[in-house]
Ligand binder design. Structure first.
Ligand SMILES: [Zn+2]
Length: 609
């Protein structure tokens, strides 16, 4: 223990946050002990995996975030609880009053092994009016899982200790995107625009305006940036997808609204009046869009609502169609593309808005898509997210391989489809989106004359009508028609033109269900009825005849069940009265564990921790 203890730079963590001069002089490469390692939402939904550490210099400890470019020490199995590290490159941050060190480059001192926590360190305190010290990185040429071998910046990485700030005449210090926080002071980032949205406008009783957003990428990560009104006018034309820019503060860094973004960053940028945006003179040295391709054949095994990247040959380009959003009542354009690849499968992908109207690639192009959502409508179909992007005939290995395959055999191949019959005109749609009862009503589901809508809701049964809970049905298989009591001991089916000695009772239940947003009436038929009541309708009719209190108890027991209902809804007209009927297609017990996880994800989208 003494050997390790002697190596630790005691006081370094305090100096990093409170004594800039001293850290440069005395602790050029701080050595600390790792006392905790924790993954944060590792790798779900295609997000980058991240790790949080607590490190100690015996006197103090501090929370750290490992930059993704430094994750290799975890993957190598070197960084574990109790080990010792050299902090070669880091960035000190203060977030909501918490001290956080972002570790950009790190060595594990393997010769020291691992040990129980040494000493009783306390949390680093920040003295008033002291700016924490940072080391800034130069481009390291490393991004994600794909090293880019010809990066000139590789020599920077070979420097023995902390790199000085990278500089150019006009941009003193380039910060990595990953180090930006609301507490970062003067900064410049150098980033590539991986996608640019259309201009969107809004008009509400008390405000109207417009906005656009771009996704920005550098070696350390990605961030979304949005420009409103004047900034939208000033910057929209300047940003071009694929180009590299310097962006210099003042520019607001705020907590990301993750529900509107598929980027894994706790923060996002909002351009301000004096934000400086300049196209970089050298367009290299910043990674291109990072892809993690799936192929069409494997889509079947990818969970719906996942986001994937895809590269494929464009087989057919559909016409533009205008449809009206049920959610916003606004019209928008869409276009369907049919894509194929060498797995022998084809799939439909829907593009939206201006991307759809301005689409002009010809069939047989190779297209790389970043950020498409997988839907299970009609087997499998895809939809390009508004934050997603397309690249035509990109100069990447996968594209050349596909082109070669298509020219040699793909052009004349037949392709299997994931879809079944229902897919026409609705690629990327969802057959049974999860809705609250209020959403079902507000969005007018089932209210159009021509369409049938589907949704799924989690709700609690609060009342079941006892009158006419079932009807006497024909005994013949697949008939299910109502039979009429002939009062001679037989029951007659008009359709089958046949009399039966008894009917089979089948449920037609009227269920009143509630959730936190409202209540509605559902109609449930025999299969679902059995599930809800726990008995067949025949059994329940027998109780009704012979033991009415027992029947009452069955109804009571069925009440207050929480279930997930898949519902079909459609308007029907009865005696000139149009009304929406909500029919339960299937019902299942709530899977509390799975639902709790979904809820936790939803809550997480409102929080940075
Ligand atoms: Zn019949």
């Amino acid at each position: 223990m003494e050997v390790a203890k002697a190596q630790i730079t005691q006081g370094a963590l305090n100096a990093i946050f409170n004594d800039t001069d001293r850290v440069i002089k005395d602790f050029p490469v701080p050595v600390c002990q790792v006392v905790q390692v924790k993954p944060m939402g590792a790798g779900v939904d295609g997000q980058a995996e991240r790790f949080r550490l607590v490190v100690s210099d015996i006197q103090n400890f501090v929370q750290c975030m490992l930059a993704t470019q430094a994750n290799h020490v975890i993957h190598d199995g070197k960084l574990t609880k109790g080990c010792f590290i050299r902090l070669k490159n880091y960035q000190a941050n203060e977030v909501k009053g918490k001290r956080i060190l972002i570790i950009l480059d790190i060595d594990v001192i393997e010769s020291l092994g691992t040990m129980e926590k040494i000493g009783e360190p306390t949390a680093v305190k920040v003295e008033e009016d002291v700016k924490p010290t940072n080391t800034s990185i130069a481009g390291s040429g490393f991004y994600g899982n794909k090293p880019q071998p010809q990066q000139p910046a590789a020599q920077d990485r070979a420097l023995p200790s902390r790199n000085g700030p990278s500089s150019s005449s006009s941009h003193a210090t380039i910060y990595p995107i990953e180090s930006l926080s609301p507490y970062a002071h003067k900064w410049t980032i150098k980033a590539r625009v991986t996608s640019k949205s259309d201009i969107r406008t809004w008009s509400k009783p008390n405000s109207e305006g417009k906005l656009f957003s771009v996704n920005l990428l550098d070696e350390s990560g990605e961030i979304k940036a949005t420009g409103f009104n004047e900034q939208c006018d000033a910057l929209y034309e300047i940003f071009q997808e694929g180009s590299v820019y310097y962006i210099t503060s003042p520019c607001r860094v705020q907590i990301a609204k993750k529900q509107f973004s598929n980027i894994n960053n706790d923060y996002e940028l909002m351009f301000e009046r004096d934000t400086l945006v300049e196209k970089a003179e050298d367009q290299d040295n910043v990674p291109q869009v990072r892809y993690n391709f799936s192929n069409i054949g494997e889509l079947q095994s990818i969970e719906k609502d996942s986001t994937v990247d895809l590269i494929a040959v464009l087989k057919e380009v559909g016409e533009i169609s205008e449809i009206t959003s049920k959610t916003t009542s606004k019209p928008y354009s869409k276009r369907e593309l049919t894509l194929v690849d060498e797995t022998g499968y084809s799939v439909r992908l829907t593009i939206w808005g201006k991307t759809a109207t301005s689409f002009d690639a010809s069939p047989e192009s190779v297209v790389a898509f970043k950020g498409v959502k997988v839907s299970d409508f009609g087997g499998r179909s895809l939809s390009l997210l508004s934050s997603g992007s397309m690249s035509f005939d990109p100069d990447i290995q996968e594209a050349h391989r596909l082109k070669g395959w298509y020219d040699s055999q793909g052009r004349t191949s037949n392709f299997a489809s994931h879809s079944n019959l229902a897919s026409a005109g609705a690629a990327g749609g969802r057959q049974d989106p999860v809705k609250t009862i209020a959403q079902v009503k507000d969005e007018g589901l089932g209210m159009s004359e021509e369409n049938t809508d589907y949704f799924s809701s989690r709700a609690t049964i609060v009342y079941i009508k006892q009158d006419n809970f079932c009807y006497p049905a024909c005994l013949n298989e697949n008939c299910n028609k109502k039979v009429v009591d002939q009062n001679d001991g037989t029951w007659r089916c008009e359709k089958c033109n046949q009399s039966h000695p008894k009917p089979e009772y089948r449920y037609i239940l009227a269920l009143n269900v509630n959730d936190h947003t409202g209540q509605m009436w559902l109609t449930a038929f025999d299969e679902v009825g059995k599930l809800v009541m726990g008995k067949s309708a025949d059994e329940l009719m027998e109780l009704k005849e012979n033991d009415p209190p027992a029947m009452e108890r069955v109804f009571e027991d069925a009440n207050c069940k929480m279930m997930t209902f898949k519902v079909r809804c459609k308007t029907d007209t009865y005696q000139d009265q149009a009304r929406v009927r909500y029919s339960v297609m299937s019902a299942s017990a709530v899977n509390y564990a799975a639902d709790a996880l979904k809820l936790a994800e939803l809550i997480k989208a409102y929080n940075i921790d």
